[in-house]
Design a binder for this molecule. Structure first.
Ligand code: TYD
Ligand code: MG
Length: 452
């Protein structure tokens, strides 16, 4: 079947590994049915002579990489990146279509002092110029191009020598060497690899924009995530106009760091105090509401956990959750039923983290079980209380990480009481002064305080 001058490979759409033959299950990542055939033309890449770069002394690298971070001058962005963009790094910026990736990218290159090249095959130069006007980006160091063939892009980078390059989006870039459409796994892998190479060779910073599919992954290639140094996701909720920038991988900084923005008519605006935003429309004196000081990366953010428990009309009760793990909720409901004897078997339970925030932190357990119990018992939790603690199967409450940070944030937002795990804090930290600490070691103890 193979044509003259081209060879076939089978590429896994999940991990990007290639094989000379087809398998039903990818031998590397064990996913089923992910291998597809791609034809690679024998071009200049395979025939290239190898040039070996001189090795670099470790000391010299360490020295330079510390100071050279390019500040995007968007504080939220710089923090998520671990201090700024690192020269020679490849960054993937993913998110749903329309979430604001292009806007953010343009705002970044509009604020840096360095020269930048914005490559967009998704929008025309005129459209980008209009957006730039809206965002008040008038950098004379910013160049635009609509090139979408990777070989052309590489040539542009070599000719123009920009410091930062934005590829908007990686799904529109294609190579002549691959016999498939732009956006396919083979194309993305090839373009990604060529960009990675030039990025490291020239020490330029490249931001790849990638659309996320409905399944929640960057269309097709999870492998891009393995290839790049940093993976950022821009998330948001259709109902709220705030956006959360999250680092899920960062070779040069902490992961799970977040930046919070709001989409306004003149672009993404940084939110300095996210807790205020998330608690803005909080319900007071209502049963089924609890406040949890969550920690996003190094950043404390107070969120309202809402629960609604009602009689199930028929059959199996419904359990529905927004922003929290459903299985964890089921576990907490079981603890509530078995240990506290609150009948939950014939109840529908709904839990919602207000503001579209997603929390994957066991410290939220106590606030979730508290909100659920509050609704089930129809007793409200006092408005100035925060709840922190991981709940175990025996109904015990365990200590959590970074308690001081959570308490400080709660205190600064005017909360006066915190129900916390008994062994979570040393007595004389001196960090938290005004907030009253009520230390408990079981859910029952917490409930005795919450619902006297
Ligand atoms: P965009 O950056 O094009 O999204 P993506 O590149 O992720 O697909 O953002 C598109 C949305 O943002 C669009 O619905 C309009 C809105 N928007 C604003 O509200 N304010 C602005 O200043 C800009 C530029 C866009
Ligand atoms: Mg876009």
């Amino acid at each position: 079947m193979s044509k003259k001058g081209s060879s076939a490979v089978f590429l896994c759409s999940n991990c990007g590994t290639d094989y000379p033959k087809w398998y039903g299950q990818c031998p590397s990542c064990k996913e089923w049915g992910t291998l597809a055939e791609y034809k690679v033309k024998k071009g200049k890449r395979s025939g290239q002579s190898i040039s070996v770069a001189d090795p670099t002394r470790l000391k010299d690298i360490a020295k330079s990489s510390h100071h050279n971070r390019i500040k995007s001058n968007i504080k939220e962005m710089d923090r998520v990146l671990g201090g700024g963009l690192l020269p020679g790094s490849l960054v993937l910026l993913g998110g749903n279509p329309g979430i604001g990736k292009s806007t953010l990218a343009l705002q970044i290159v509009g604020k840096v002092k360095e020269s930048a090249l914005y490559i967009s095959a998704e929008e025309s130069d005129a459209q980008i110029a209009m957006r730039a006007e809206r965002l008040k980006v008038d950098s004379d160091k910013l160049m635009l191009s609509g090139e979408n063939q990777i070989e052309g892009i590489i040539q542009l980078i070599e000719q123009q020598s920009p410091t930062i390059i934005i590829i908007d989006s990686i799904q529109t870039v294609y190579s002549d060497m691959i016999d498939s459409l732009p956006g396919s796994v083979g194309q993305i892998r090839e373009s990604g690899q060529q960009l990675l190479q030039i990025c490291k060779e020239k020490g330029v910073t490249i931001i790849l924009i990638g659309h996320v599919t409905k399944e929640g992954i960057i269309a097709g290639p999870r492998m891009l995530e393995h290839m790049v140094d940093t993976v950022l996701y821009l998330e948001g909720d259709d109902r709220y106009n705030h956006r959360i920038l999250r680092s899920v991988k960062n070779r040069f900084g902490a992961t799970n760091e977040v930046g919070i923005f709001q989409m306004q008519s003149n672009g993404l605006i940084e939110i300095e105090n996210p807790s205020e935003l998330f608690l803005k429309e909080r319900s007071l004196d209502v049963a089924g509401s609890a406040i949890f000081p969550s920690l996003e990366g190094t950043r404390p953010i107070l969120v309202e956990v809402q629960a609604l428990v009602s009689n199930a009309s028929f059959g199996t009760p419904q359990r529905n959750v927004n922003g929290f793990d459903l299985r964890r909720l089921s576990m907490l409901i079981a603890v509530l039923e078995k240990r506290i004897k609150v009948p939950m078997g014939a109840k529908d339970t709904f839990v919602n983290l207000v503001g579209g925030l997603k929390i994957d932190d066991p410290a939220a357990d106590l606030s979730v079980i508290g909100a659920v119990a509050s609704s089930a018992l129809d007793k409200s939790i006092s408005n100035d209380v925060v709840l922190i603690g991981e709940v175990g199967l025996a109904g015990e409450v365990r200590s959590v990480s970074q308690l001081e940070k959570r308490l400080k944030e709660s205190e600064s937002l005017g909360f006066t009481t915190a129900i916390i795990p008994k062994y979570g804090i040393k007595n004389k930290t001196g960090l938290v002064s005004k907030i009253k600490l009520q230390k408990i070691d079981s859910v029952r103890q917490a409930f005795d305080l919450l619902f006297p």
